[in-house]
Ligand binder design. Structure first.
Ligand code: GDP
Ligand code: MN
Length: 413
């Protein structure tokens, strides 16, 4: 589960990480007040207006703007709320922006030798070493993906201790390697240690700050201040049940509608790029089905596990979800009845077929359908499908999984 940057900033603040103040707004009319709140206490107001979407690359796309007046803030918010944001991290058609963050902008110190003092800092799980790992770079900011690709040596990695988490001496070593000086070192170390605590306590799969910046020196802070000015989080979906505060940040507007519908009916559904819809019971069988389709030259349009005890209604919903994807040109049903009874699945298929309304208003499935049933009550299931042939003109029965994959691949070829 992902959250927005404004929520990520609140989370960082609650773990004592330094973040400039800001406010989320949902209409350009709220921009004037939000600008005043962000600029409060600044001698020369500098405020940043940022689109809130679950994708990065906003800076380069023109969806992060520095402004000096309320009028500029309103114009920037109005632009972002009425244009789709397109970046390498969004689908080609971009994302609609429904929320905007208006925050106090940080002044970023110039770096000796050119550029700005922008760093990259993240914690994630490294599956190869089976450790949580701190990833850091002196070259943070909007080019980090390019740098990781071209000069991987510019990225530092340090493992967290599985029992004690990030150890202070490790954090200090990283801070020195990144080039922090004087009082910056202690600030950077505190940020790393608190981020590591947050990562573990909230069951994150990713906690990322990019950029972490140093502000120019002032009388009060002769070495400048180390601040987080953008953050991204991802959480383990299987653990959100024990974090009501995180769960409350869920924004359905940012999710794939088909995946949302599936979740409501207890189905595990993940949209993929192919054109063969799959309806399967059990995650292992679903994966084997996808592999078998691929082996026969086809490409699955989704992963869908209806679970061990799906009802007729869940099966009907599952078909609705699969067929709502316009790229689906054929459907393969692959059921191995254990706890699940084949006659219930068959009845679900028949009900779904009879009640399925196409975009042009006609009823019934139009796409080729291949059904393979095996296991508990299979005779009953097959008899039901046989007797409902009129309602399922596109249906073919298959004798086993390989046969089903072969038939559905041939049907969409
Ligand atoms: P992203 O492109 O979606 O990752 O958005 P970011 O919030 O990281 O902003 C992109 C870039 O805009 C940063 O790397 C900074 O160079 C600049 N930027 C963002 N916020 C501020 C700010 O408060 N002050 C200054 N001076 N620059 C900022
Ligand atoms: Mn960023």
């Amino acid at each position: 589960m992902k959250i927005h940057e404004y929520q990520a900033r609140d989370l960082l603040t609650s773990f004592a990480l330094p973040v400039p103040k800001g406010r989320m707004i949902e209409s350009a009319a709220q921009a004037t007040e939000a600008f005043a709140a962000a600029a409060a206490g600044m001698a020369t107001p500098l405020v940043v207006v940022k689109a809130q979407v679950h994708a990065g690359g906003r800076g380069k796309a023109g969806f992060v703007k520095l402004v000096k007046t309320a009028a500029e803030a309103q114009a920037a918010a109005s632009f972002m709320l009425s244009n789709r944001m397109i970046s390498p991290q969004t689908p080609p058609e971009g994302l609609e922006v429904k929320k905007v963050l208006i925050a106090e902008a940080a002044d970023i110190a110039d770096r000796k030798g050119g550029g700005k003092e922008e760093f990259y800092l993240a914690i994630t799980t490294d599956r190869r070493t089976r450790r949580n790992v701190l990833i850091a770079s002196r070259e943070g900011g909007v080019e980090i993906e390019q740098i990781a690709h071209d000069r991987p040596e510019a990225i530092l990695k340090a493992a967290l201790n599985p029992l004690t988490g990030l150890e202070p001496f490790v954090a200090r070593e990283v801070a020195f390697k990144l080039g922090f000086k004087g009082k910056q070192v202690g600030q950077a170390v505190a940020i790393m240690l608190n981020l590591a605590k947050l990562f573990v306590q909230k069951d994150c799969t990713l906690a990322e700050i990019n950029p972490l910046v140093i502000t120019p020196p002032t009388a009060a802070h002769p070495d400048g201040q180390v601040l987080a000015i953008d953050a991204k989080f991802d959480f383990d979906d299987n653990a959100t049940f024990r974090h009501k505060d995180i769960e409350a940040m869920f924004d359905p507007a940012e999710e794939n509608p088909a995946e949302l519908a599936a979740r409501k009916f207890g189905l595990s559904y993940i949209a993929l790029e192919g054109n063969i819809g799959c309806l399967v019971n059990g995650a292992g069988l679903a994966m084997a089905t996808m592999d078998t389709i691929a082996m026969h030259g086809g490409r699955p349009a989704n992963f869908l596990d209806v679970g061990g005890s799906a009802t007729e209604q869940a099966v009907t919903e599952a078909f609705g979800i699969i067929l709502s994807d316009s790229s689906v040109k054929g459907v393969m049903v692959n059921i191995f009845g254990g706890i699940m009874k084949c006659d219930i699945i068959a009845q679900g298929v028949i009900n779904a077929a009879k009640n399925y309304k196409n975009a042009d208003g006609t009823m019934g499935f139009k796409v080729p359908l291949v059904v393979r049933l095996e296991g508990t009550n299979v005779e009953g299931g097959r008899a039901l499908l046989e007797s409902a042939k009129a309602a399922l003109p596109t249906m073919q029965a298959a004798s086993d999984m390989g046969d089903a994959a072969r038939k559905v691949c041939a049907a969409v070829a």
